[in-house]
Write a protein that binds this ligand. Structure first.
Ligand SMILES: NC(=O)c1ccc[n+]([C@@H]2O[C@H](COP(=O)([O-])OP(=O)(O)OC[C@H]3O[C@@H](n4cnc5c(N)ncnc54)[C@H](O)[C@@H]3O)[C@@H](O)[C@H]2O)c1
Ligand SMILES: CCCCC[C@H](O)CC\C=C/C=C/C=C/[C@@H](O)[C@@H](O)CCCC(=O)O
Length: 256
């Protein structure tokens, strides 16, 4: 799938991995709607991008993925401004084991919520052009992180949702591919604020730090390059792509 002229929506686009995904999609010719609840960072990024890549390439929309109303409005505005939606990157996420219901609401329910509303614009069954959805899960979507049980559960949920939606799409004819991105530790705010967010599992901070030291830390641009692969390679559907500092590989699941 060539990206020239394609229209992408990225959630959690203002900072971290979402910002890097946004920049990579723009560098490859897409127009991007940046959805985030951080208005200051989002607007500032949009201004920088429009200076760098030309006016009208990016649109910031204040949107909390917990709000159905805000998501609907943001998708509608994207479709009216750019002319449809071809690519969705469900990337917004938090790590907080204290406010764990919020972690579920953003990381898992948010992904489902945005996906269903975006499909109304993307699915060939409802007048869309088809396209691709990439969900940012985590390596914790494949194996457990002991210090973050709820975060782990949400990311396992995202991987399962992605794989089931890929099958539903193929079987029903949505014309939309679904893939999950599963990075190991990445240098962002989410990682640097980790120790204060573990709640009742704070005693496991040290062993998690040892795991981080052992596995190493990715930079956001490596992660964004993997998103580009999942977006552009039309053979990829229902995949979970593991990304480590030393390389990447597609997860193989048992066939049941
Ligand atoms: N940093 C890591 O080590 C790592 C590793 C694997 C996966 N991930 C996943 O990558 C994604 C991005 O994380 P990051 O590390 O870039 O974090 P980050 O904190 O640097 O950035 C997250 C962005 O999401 C936005 N956001 C948070 N809640 C939102 C909401 N309710 N609605 C809309 N936007 C919201 C924030 O404002 C911010 O711009 C998350 O899903 C995270 O779970 C992170
Ligand atoms: C707490 C870190 C915050 C970042 C969370 C990110 O989504 C990154 C998750 C990255 C790696 C996950 C690795 C999981 C590995 C386990 O399955 C296992 O090998 C180790 C479990 C041991 C432990 O948790 O201490």
């Amino acid at each position: 799938m060539a990206l020239d002229g394609k229209i992408a929506v990225v959630t959690g686009a203002a900072l971290g991995i979402g910002k890097a995904i946004t920049e990579t999609l723009l560098q490859n010719g897409a127009k991007v709607a940046l959805l985030d609840l951080n208005e200051t960072a989002g607007k500032s990024l949009m201004e920088t991008i429009n200076k760098l890549y030309g006016q009208g390439r990016a649109l910031f929309l204040n949107c909390n993925v917990e709000s159905e109303e805000q998501i609907k409005a943001a998708l509608q505005k994207t479709a009216e401004t750019f002319g449809g939606v071809d690519i969705l990157c469900n990337n917004a996420g938090i790590l907080n084991e204290r406010t764990w219901e919020k972690t579920v609401s953003i990381n898992l329910v948010g992904v489902i919520r945005v996906t269903y509303l975006a499909l109304e614009h993307m699915s060939k069954l409802t007048g869309g052009r088809g396209g691709v959805i990439v969900n940012t899960a985590s390596m914790a979507g494949i194996g457990p992180l002991f210090s973050c049980p709820v975060y782990t559960a949400t990311k396992h949920g995202v991987v399962g949702f992605t794989r089931a939606m890929a099958g539903a799409s193929t079987t029903s004819g949505y014309g939309v591919r679904f893939n999950a991105l599963c990075p190991s530790f990445v240098q962002t705010n989410l990682l640097s604020t980790l120790t204060s967010e573990l709640g009742q599992f704070a005693n496991l901070a040290e062993s998690t730090q040892q795991l981080i030291d052992k596995m190493g830390i990715l930079n956001v641009s490596d992660v964004a390059e993997s998103v580009l692969e999942l977006v552009t390679d039309e053979t990829k559907n229902g995949e979970a792509l593991l990304v480590f500092p030393k390389g990447k590989n597609y997860m193989t699941f048992p066939s049941l």
